[in-house]
Write a protein that binds this ligand. Structure first.
Ligand SMILES: [Zn+2]
Length: 429
């Protein structure tokens, strides 16, 4: 007699073809975001499949969230299946949106072609492969452990690639991720089949504007150039801020290595006349720019205070102000998400770590993501701390041309997911 663990793994292996077909179906629905194309179609497809398996399903439109319109409605699916007895709930959350295709493809981005054990297409790795793996894992688990206790939930959510406001944030606000309802969350983002992602660094976006005075370009001394003022800000950043950030290291296990420190990206920079329209071949007018704007994207560590992140930039601007005549600036904070990291001994982490040990015969690698993902909303709005990202696929392939997901990786991570459910929801004698 095979042990139940072995039966689960064997059955998932036996459904390899079904897993491939499901992934291909999902890739062939081009859920591009922006603008947020085809959300209803993919939610209805999943709804039909999960309802057949005994799930109670809900289609939820995030009315009034950014981008929601009659043309591009923000649809989400939440499906729940109760077990034989009350207990805890394991929730798998996947985003259904994919980013734009871009150039450089040698495969049809929405063809879902299978070649040499890899399925190609936009969203294959990020994260329709993970969504498909979690569905197969859940279906096999229900078939082989029909008397499980507690509940299983699967959600397919909109807009992760644009901040998640019409997806997980909206659902969290409506109570779908409250600790009374959901106890364990696994987000099958492509972090690799043997790694557990505990959380992410913090993020702070702001716009700095320097002000000047417009004048004729032949007599710049009669005006005041906002771009030169911004130049002084950049110089101060180069000389002091960037070196200081590079020295600030974290104990969070962030990957890749280069992100184990504070970082700042200059996202955009603009001063003076606007860019001419394509095809315009006239000359620019002679003016002194009276405004210069720079958008910064600062990623920070769990060891840093959110207030200090802001104050550091204010101090820098004040320092420049002291050294320059007529220097004026405005700082406009855009958005902010604090860092989050689930404890290594949290129940969902232990269950997945044990399952990775069973499937791969080794300890998992614990990682933290350089950028944020939907865990931020589950943590902050949903007040749910027992949450990780775990799923198949190589993170570096996300958003790239010829994105793919490996079929073996999907099979093995589906096995890990099923064994994790067994650990968390097995009937107790
Ligand atoms: Zn993703």
């Amino acid at each position: 007699m095979l042990k139940i663990e072995e039966k689960l793994r064997k059955e998932i292996e036996a459904r390899r073809g079904e897993l491939v077909a499901l992934t291909q179906d999902l890739i062939r629905m081009p859920t591009l975001n922006p603008p947020g194309h085809g959300y209803l179609e993919i939610c209805e497809y999943l709804d039909k499949r999960l309802a057949k398996k005994g799930f109670e399903t809900e289609l939820i439109r995030a009315f009034g969230t950014p981008g929601d319109s009659e043309k591009y409605p923000r649809w989400n699916l939440v499906a729940r299946r109760e077990g034989s007895n009350s207990g805890e709930c394991v929730h798998f959350n996947s985003h259904i949106d994919v980013v734009e295709v871009g150039n450089g493809w040698s495969f049809d981005p929405f063809g879902g072609e299978l070649k040499d054990g890899k399925i190609y297409g936009r969203g294959s790795c990020d994260m329709k492969g993970g969504l498909a793996a979690s569905i197969i894992a859940v279906e096999v688990f229900i078939d082989l452990v029909p008397n499980y206790v507690g509940a299983i939930e699967i959600s397919a959510t909109a807009d992760e690639e644009t901040g998640g406001f019409g997806g997980v944030a909206y659902l969290a606000e409506k109570g779908y991720f409250s600790p009374e309802k959901v106890q364990h969350v696994i987000i099958p983002e492509p972090l690799n089949k043997d790694r557990i992602c505990l959380g992410h660094r913090g993020v702070w976006w702001a716009q700095i504007e320097t002000k000047g005075h417009i004048a004729h370009g032949s007599m710049p001394f009669l005006g005041d150039c906002a771009v030169r003022h911004m130049g002084a800000v950049l110089e101060e950043m180069e000389e002091n801020l960037f070196p200081a950030l590079a020295k600030r290291k974290t104990d969070m296990p962030v990957v890749p290595e280069g992100a184990k420190q504070s970082t700042l990206n200059i996202n955009s920079f603009h001063g003076g006349l606007s860019e001419p329209e394509d095809g315009f071949d006239g000359f620019p007018a002679a003016i002194v720019p009276d405004s210069c704007k720079m958008i910064i994207d600062r990623r920070y560590l769990i060891e840093e205070n959110p207030e200090d992140v802001r104050d550091e930039v204010v101090d820098l601007l004040e320092k420049v102000k002291k050294s320059r005549d007529k220097f004026e600036y405005e700082l406009h904070e855009m958005w902010q998400v604090p860092p989050t990291m689930t404890e290594k001994n949290a129940p969902v982490v232990s269950a997945v770590a044990k399952a990775i040990g069973e499937v791969f015969g080794r300890e998992p690698q614990y990682v933290v993501s350089p950028g944020t993902y939907d865990q931020k909303h589950i943590d902050r709005i949903g007040r749910m701390k027992n949450c990780i990202a775990y799923g198949p696929g190589i993170l570096d392939l996300a958003h790239q041309p010829d994105e793919y997901v490996g079929v073996n990786d999907m099979v093995e991570s589906a096995q890990v997911m099923a064994l994790s459910m067994l650990d968390l929801l097995a009937p107790r004698e």
